[in-house]
Design a protein around this ligand. Structure first.
Ligand code: ACO
Length: 325
């Protein structure tokens, strides 16, 4: 059976570092609280007028093409997972493709909030497994600073900007995207959303005044949901494939809160040394977290390693993907 394998990873984060101490000058918070409750020490912010998410995605994609020695003309499809597209339309994927010279392809955006990258990975893999395409790029990119309210201490400490990208290609070996479990439940909509700017509540003076163009969440509800469902998804995929904690080389979790990650690792019965972690440096970059982890840990990965990628996010959306490296 043909599978889709991840044959390259690359990432990009902007250079500006927003520390906990700087945030403490903007809202009533402090480094100790943020570190203890979330594990985050700093995050990256894309500065500059009129610079959108595409800038992050373009850099990550350029690096991926270079690293995998791929000419942009060879690429069949580019999927950009994001909730912070440059504009409602056209798709940011189209903008990225044009800028990097991907011409013989189609491209589209996919919105599954923090589970975006997993949804994109599984979607992209289908085109490869079916034998339709040979080179599919999945980008996870978000400029969260564009929808974060820097007057709201319960959200502004969590998020950062960044992007990661992977190349998917066919393999007949024993590696690749082996299995997945993805779910969504729109009943979660009130607990994590951006209320205005869509068709339900188009932008108006009122929506701006009410600060409704920012991401809102009920932190405790989201936390509880995440702790249960991310672990459950990981456990399902492991069970289905008869994997125990010992068989897993790494858990690659969405980086939203260190405490949520720890709970997932415990449920999977794996030690801290098997958990990819960069939340301390980047915070929650939404669709960027998982590919950015793969970039950071790439040197430690060996052929045949079993990885469990797991995420949850707005929607609610959640899931896990089993990848053999
Ligand atoms: N600094 C200092 N104090 C704070 C801060 C802050 N930045 N934020 C909140 N507090 C206060 C609260 O006001 C509260 O005070 P009170 O007890 O006087 O009311 C107290 O700290 C405790 O607040 P909780 O909300 O109970 O704190 P909790 O331990 O739950 O941590 C957090 C809050 C970090 C937001 C947590 O709930 C969380 O991580 N939730 C999940 C959020 C998440 O992952 N969101 C992203 C989803 S992915 C996507 O799709 C975008």
């Amino acid at each position: 059976k043909m599978r889709a394998a991840i044959t390259g990873v690359a990432g990009y984060v902007p250079s500006y570092v927003l520390t906990n101490d700087e945030l403490a000058t903007m809202v009533d918070t402090n480094d100790e609280w943020i570190t203890e409750r979330t594990g985050i020490k700093e995050r990256r912010i894309l500065k500059g007028e009129e610079k959108g998410t595409s800038i992050l995605g373009i850099e990550a994609t350029k690096r991926l093409l270079e690293k995998t020695n791929t000419s942009p003309e060879e690429v069949d499809l580019l999927i950009c997972c994001t909730v912070t597209g440059d504009m409602p339309f056209p798709a940011t994927a189209n903008i990225i493709s044009a800028e990097v010279g991907i011409k013989n392809a189609f491209s589209y955006d996919l919105n599954a909030a923090c589970s975006g990258f997993l949804y994109g990975l599984v979607t992209g893999a289908q085109f490869v497994q079916s034998g339709t395409y040979k080179k599919v790029i999945v980008v996870g990119a978000d400029k969260m600073s564009s929808i974060v309210d820097y007057q709201d201490r319960t959200t502004c400490i969590l998020f950062g900007d960044g992007a990661g990208a992977v190349m998917l290609e066919p393999t007949e070996g024993e590696n690749g995207i082996m299995d997945f479990y993805l779910r969504s439940d729109g009943a979660g909509e009130p607990y994590l959303n951006m209320p205005a700017g869509g068709s339900r509540k188009p932008a108006s003076h009122q929506t701006v005044e009410n600060r409704e163009h920012y991401a809102k969440q009920d932190g405790r509800t989201v936390f509880k949901f995440a702790v249960t469902h991310m672990a459950e998804a990981a456990a399902k995929v492991m069970e289905e494939n008869k994997l125990t904690g010992d068989d897993i080389a790494f858990l690659v979790p969405h980086q939203a809160n260190k405490r949520i990650i720890d709970a997932t690792a415990r449920r999977m019965d794996i030690g801290d040394e098997k958990v990819m972690l960069n939340i301390q440096r980047y915070g929650n970059t939404t669709s960027g977290t998982i590919p950015l982890c793969l970039v950071d840990y790439e040197n430690q990965l060996k052929k045949g390693d079993n990885l469990i990628l797991a995420a949850f996010g707005g929607g609610f959306t959640w899931g896990a993907v089993y990848v053999k490296w």
